[in-house]
Design a protein around this ligand. Structure first.
Ligand SMILES: Cc1ncc(COP(=O)(O)O)c(C=O)c1O
Length: 363
């Protein structure tokens, strides 16, 4: 084993990576533009055929009256929640303690909009109907994230979603969907995107996660909501003069991958079994409900790092480029299955897990 190689370096050098669709490089954009005529006109500050056609296509897919393309989900969701707060005259919204807004956005909602968060549920489980029913604060809106990424991508069953939606409608609370990975959960629910979105007043979907575009997000809802969100997009500087590189790539990879979510889901369940058959390893959830899951190791990160580097170098299979410590003797990483998984020869994958398991047993 080469001295001082970092896990990230060793991972980068592997021939077969188990996560995602492939390298995020210029080739991703080139492929999306391969058949696009040079004469195709750019969008301009939110108008033009290229952006309007895509917004109509996404609104139809999500079963909503209208949609708007945003440079980021962070911008789209803060705006959605601001609109619902203005509508209700309440500066409070409720969401999970590990929601993207709470842990990855530097208090954007509070600092930019003066909106306070009511945290629902314990951080290591998903929001239940009871959490929503027992909420004491007057929140204008509740945000549900499907799947709940920071706990491995867990999901409530469809009946729970329906009851939460009914409760919110009954109480006049707006329900917003953080559907960053919405398409990725459809095979579990055996529902269309429109059937899931019908339970929500507003919906955000990412175009660069399972879909694999460059960047960007779509926010959907009724006409009045979308009209307001366009004003806020302008205020936030989200109306880039041209967004077409993001839109064309989003459209291209949506067409290519929307039909593959069932396969990613099936592969995630198969892959999780490889992990769960190893000693000192559990996946969360144990049986994935989308294309993603977390891999938890009962092992110190520095010892595990050595083992993983050996596995990568001997088998050419790369499992993760990082480890996140949860204690001195435990760590985890995230897995998101995409196109790459099926390119790995099964015997190489089996060999990698055989070696991983052997080394973990020797610890
Ligand atoms: C669940 C969830 N919501 C929102 C976002 C924000 O998306 P963006 O990176 O487009 O701002 C992310 C991004 O990782 C996410 O995972």
């Amino acid at each position: 084993m080469s001295e001082n190689k970092t896990l990230f370096q060793a991972f980068k050098e592997t021939s077969f990576k188990t996560n995602g669709h492939g390298n995020r490089n210029a080739g991703v954009l080139k492929e999306a533009f391969e058949h696009v005529p040079s004469e195709l006109e750019s969008d301009m500050y939110g108008s033009g055929k290229v952006i309007e056609d895509f917004q109509t296509k996404m609104a139809d897919m999500l079963g909503k009256e209208a949609s708007v393309f945003f440079p980021s989900g962070t911008m789209a969701q803060q705006i959605a929640l601001r609109i619902w707060c203005d509508e209700k005259g309440t500066k409070k919204v409720a969401y999970h303690p590990l929601s993207h807004l709470e842990i990855h956005e530097e208090d954007g909602l509070k600092e930019l909009h003066g909106i306070e968060a009511v945290l629902l549920a314990d951080k290591d489980r998903i929001i239940t109907l009871e959490d929503v029913q027992e909420m004491e604060d007057e929140a204008a809106a509740i945000l549900l994230e499907l799947p709940q990424r920071e706990i491995g991508g867990q999901l409530p069953d469809f009946g729970t979603l329906q009851s939460i939606s009914d409760h919110c409608r009954d109480k006049g609370i707006f329900l917003h969907l953080d559907g960053a990975r919405l398409l990725e959960v459809l095979p579990y629910y055996q529902k269309t995107a429109a059937e899931i979105c019908a339970l929500f007043d507003s919906v955000y979907i990412s175009v660069y996660k399972g879909i694999g575009g460059i960047a960007g997000a779509v926010l959907a809802g009724d006409e009045a909501f979308i009209k307001k969100s366009k004003v806020w997009k302008r205020r936030h500087g989200g109306d880039l003069i041209s967004l077409y590189p993001y839109i064309i790539s989003a459209d291209h990879y949506l067409d290519q991958r929307a039909g593959k979510m069932e396969k990613y889901y099936r592969n995630a369940r198969e892959f999780a079994q490889f992990y769960n058959n190893c000693t000192r390893v559990v996946t969360r959830p144990e049986v994935p409900v989308s294309n993603m899951f977390h891999v938890h190791y009962d092992a110190a990160a520095d010892s595990l790092e050595e083992i993983l580097i050996e596995v990568y170098e001997k088998t050419g299979v790369g499992l993760s480029g990082y480890l996140r410590e949860t204690s001195d003797s435990s760590c985890y990483y995230e897995v998101s299955i995409g196109d790459l998984y099926d390119t790995i020869p099964k015997e190489d994958l089996e060999e990698a897990f055989q070696l991983l398991n052997d080394r973990l047993k020797q610890m």
